[in-house]
Ligand binder design. Structure first.
Ligand SMILES: [Zn+2]
Length: 411
């Protein structure tokens, strides 16, 4: 497969704006990026985006294929077949939003692995998936209703080994409590120090990176000691912790959009909305402090599937420059996921993971939701316009009774 994409402007997080450029693609890889006037590719078919803007594919570092905000307990306990349908719908939503790579941080029954296989075999449309399967949590801990429950150092080590055997490429651990679990306090460290250090040690020996679900509190300090590579959410990080995170070279994955969505979602339980609102009140200021301290920031839609523009908007609100925002949406995510050798920028040698936008995202973050076409490894995913709001979740599917019985909540 050999073609060229004629862009009105290429915007690269490192090179900046490149007006009137040609991106040549061969067998999924970018082979040339040059001014249109200098290009001499006669005979190569040209895709015309000469009135549009092309940016690298977005890297979403935190989503779930089977959870979409709202009542997470109810969704996680839905019948397996229905979760498979949801994952199929959500994978398509994600790729059509321009997210060419997603790190999935929690789906029961390793649904992300199953979806990844179907996508990689070309059976369903979707992004490149970097799966973490079901998160490691403790008895009654955050998301225990969909997690791998493990208590004690031996058990958490076994959980890491099980995940490796299942095909996980990352380890996700619920280090602090969470908003969406009844009775779970986001400021409480839910594992002992020894357990979190054991997760870090076992994962390192397996060659896997660890990310911690962490809103704040002492679990953050332990995660830094345990060598985790990233911190999810982080609403209540202190300035001292942000300094340590920067010094350790860790990434913060910002997930403002799901908080905003849940805060106003009548289908979300009251306790979830209240905790989400409390975290929201801190998030923008925390991001502002993170930026000032040089913390590397990537983004995650975390159930608010494909809503990259919302994350971009939050970063702008926190004082990030427009090109820094694009960098967080693309290159920083790729660096966090260790895929920046082939992703995150529009450069020769990298995968042709490209998003065609209708307008300039450096002028307005809303451009990130004006996706006209997506290329993943050179394959074109045309985006139906206008996008149906129903496509963004599976809420239009009728609710079914929970068949596995109610979750035994932590409170
Ligand atoms: Zn999540």
């Amino acid at each position: 497969m050999h073609f060229a994409l004629h862009a009105g402007t290429v915007i690269d997080p490192v090179a900046g704006a490149l007006p009137d450029h040609i991106i040549e693609v061969q067998d999924g890889t970018i082979t040339a990026v040059s001014p249109a006037a200098d290009w001499s590719g006669s005979g190569v078919p040209v895709h015309d985006a000469s009135t549009l803007v092309v940016v690298p594919g977005f890297v979403d570092c935190h989503d779930h294929l089977t959870i979409s905000g709202g009542d997470e307990v109810e969704q996680a306990l839905r019948p397996f077949a229905r979760q498979a349908v949801t994952a199929t719908v959500v994978a398509r939503t994600i790729i059509e939003a321009g997210i060419t790579t997603v790190r999935t941080l929690g789906d029961a029954d390793a649904m992300d692995i199953k979806a990844k296989r179907a996508i990689d075999e070309g059976k369903i449309p979707g992004p490149r998936i970097i799966p973490a399967v079901a998160p490691i949590t403790r008895t009654g801990g955050h998301a225990h209703f969909m997690g791998t429950v493990a208590d004690g150092e031996d058990a958490v080590r076994r959980a890491v080994r099980q995940h490796l055997a299942t095909g996980a490429r990352w380890i996700k651990v619920m280090a602090s409590g969470g908003n969406s679990t009844p009775g779970s306090d986001p400021m409480v460290q839910e594992f002992t120090d020894a357990e979190l250090l054991a997760v870090g040690d076992e994962a390192a020996r397996a060659g896997l990176d660890v990310t911690g679900h962490l809103h704040g509190g002492p679990a953050v300090d332990t995660a830094i000691k345990a060598g985790f590579r990233s911190i999810e959410h982080g609403a209540f990080l202190t300035t001292e912790q942000l300094d340590q995170i920067a010094e350790a070279g860790m990434w913060l994955v910002s997930t403002v959009g799901i908080g905003r969505a849940v805060a106003d979602d009548p289908t979300a339980p009251e306790f979830y909305r209240v905790k989400a609102q409390r975290a929201l009140a801190r998030r923008i200021q925390m991001l502002r402090e993170a930026r000032a301290r040089g913390v590397k920031v990537a983004i995650g839609c975390d159930g608010n599937h494909g809503k990259v523009a919302v994350e971009a908007d939050a970063l702008l609100e926190a004082g990030f420059a427009p090109l820094e925002v694009l960098r967080s949406l693309t290159l920083e995510g790729a660096r966090l996921c260790r895929t920046d050798d082939v992703q995150g920028t529009v450069e020769v040698g990298k995968h042709a993971d490209l998003v065609v936008l209708g307008s300039d995202p450096l002028a307005s973050a809303s451009s990130y939701s004006d996706v006209r076409a997506v290329y993943r490894y050179g394959q074109l995913y045309p985006v139906s316009q206008p996008r149906s709001s129903e496509r963004l979740s599976d809420q239009h599917l009728t609710r079914e009774p929970v068949v596995n019985g109610p979750a035994t909540a932590g409170a």
